[in-house]
Design a binder for this molecule. Structure first.
Ligand code: CTP
Length: 405
């Protein structure tokens, strides 16, 4: 009974996959959950409220009030009652309404009032799913902190084949179970994460930087926060956004600023994960005025070393603190990574090689190996950066046993 006592609002929208909601309901209830079904008007065309109320032992909420006796159904109360909201199936229309706050039915009003984590399982035709409008709306939901349970690829009601069919109910239940199982693993832990590039100013209009997008560090921050940690995310200039209430984001620009911020907060932390691509050097002088071309054949820049944040934290690290670094290599990957692990006094290092397909800056995927201080090495396949973040956080969890109080 992995979901014993968990209160779940199950939102059902107008998709042919709504017939699977009956099985989903049963599966959640069998695991111990209490389910309140909320349905859109279009949803009722695909599955009857009678089926759902018989399974959940509760009246199905579909309207703002019951016409014959005027009973008001409070979406606000549902938002406070639930431990989790699951919208399965979620159509392109409902996803669009949720993304843009169009609260013209009970399901979307409940969604907007929801205090609990929200999971969305899209179901639609492959072209609708792939459309930039749907993808932009899903990105919006993600940016609100909602989790998308990606649709599966296969035979669709339209008789076409492709990505769009709602994930199978048993797989959805597994995602929900894993969420409840993992969400308290890092409760009361304070975690510092550095992310993104640093910009080293040359003059008022130019800087030296790198291609880091910060995606890996932001995914790590989200996973840590989802597992209950309070996260300080020190980020260089990036486009990425985070919304989890337990993430405090501090924006910095240069390596010096990142160093100051990390050094200030590290003593209060249990764990630090350093994923930032910090510039090793900065211009020796900042020119107040724009550097002019002046028809010079060549320009020589003098650079001076930036502080090494990882090594500095490694020096002040206490016995009960855990320090994890990254190594981005293009050659002699393992020996270079092991060298950094020792030199910077890290507990483990995450290696990504630019020679591996699917690894590196800007991408949504990564391929890593984790090398522990005792030399133990684990290789992982190419995964999404969110899944890679899960693997890294699992390494933190197995490392911290007995170490972080
Ligand atoms: N790092 C840091 N401060 C720096 C440079 C690196 O905190 N000034 C951290 C990175 O965030 C990463 C680890 O150190 O966790 C290794 O970074 P990387 O750039 O791979 O290594 P460097 O030590 O800079 O060595 P090199 O550039 O010579 O490979």
């Amino acid at each position: 009974m992995t979901l014993q006592g968990k209160k779940i609002v199950l939102g059902i929208t107008g998709s042919i996959a709504a017939y699977k909601a009956a099985y989903l309901c049963r599966a959640l209830i069998k695991k111990g959950a209490e389910v309140q079904a909320v349905i859109t008007p279009a949803g009722k065309e695909f599955i009857t409220p009678v089926t759902l109320s018989a399974l959940t032992h509760k009246p199905v909420v579909g309207e703002f009030f019951t016409a014959n006796d005027g009973t008001w159904h409070s979406h606000v109360d549902l938002g406070l009652w639930a431990d989790l909201m699951l919208i399965a199936p979620a159509t392109a229309t409902s996803i669009g309404k949720m993304a843009n706050g169009i609260a013209d039915n009970m399901l979307v009003t409940t969604y907007l009032s929801m205090k609990a984590p929200v999971f969305v399982a899209p179901a639609m035709d492959l072209d609708m799913y792939a459309h930039p409008s749907t993808q932009a709306n899903l990105d919006k939901l993600k940016s609100y902190g909602n989790r998308i349970i990606e649709p599966a690829t296969g035979f669709l009601a339209s008789a076409l084949e492709g990505k769009g069919r709602m994930e199978e109910p048993d797989a959805i239940v597994e995602v929900i179970e894993a969420f409840f199982e993992n969400r308290n693993q890092l409760t009361k832990k304070k975690i510092l994460i550095t992310a993104g590039p640093t910009y080293e100013k040359l003059d008022p209009v130019r800087y030296i930087g790198n291609y880091s997008s910060g995606k890996m560090g932001f995914a790590l921050a989200e996973v840590c926060a989802e597992k209950g940690a309070d996260v300080i995310l020190v980020s260089g200039p990036v486009q990425s956004k985070v919304h989890h209430p337990r993430i405090r984001r501090i924006d910095v620009e240069s390596a010096d600023e990142m160093y100051e911020t990390a050094m200030k907060h590290f003593p209060q932390m249990n764990v630090a994960i350093l994923s930032a691509a910090v510039a090793d050097y900065k211009p020796a002088q900042f020119s107040v005025n724009k550097l002019k071309r002046n028809d010079k054949e060549a320009l020589t820049l003098n650079l001076v070393a930036n502080p090494d944040i990882a090594a500095s934290l490694g020096k002040i690290k206490r016995e009960n603190q855990l320090l994890c670094g990254f190594a981005l290599e293009t050659e002699n990957e393992f020996s270079n990574a092991e060298g950094k692990l020792k030199k910077k006094n890290l507990d483990f290092i995450v290696l990504n090689s630019l020679r591996d397909e699917g690894a590196g800056f800007q991408l949504d995927t990564n391929k890593i190996s984790i090398i522990a201080a005792n030399g133990e090495k684990t290789d992982f396949p190419v995964k999404s950066k969110k899944e890679v973040a899960e693997d890294i956080v699992n390494a933190v969890l197995s490392c911290q046993t007995g170490k972080v109080d």
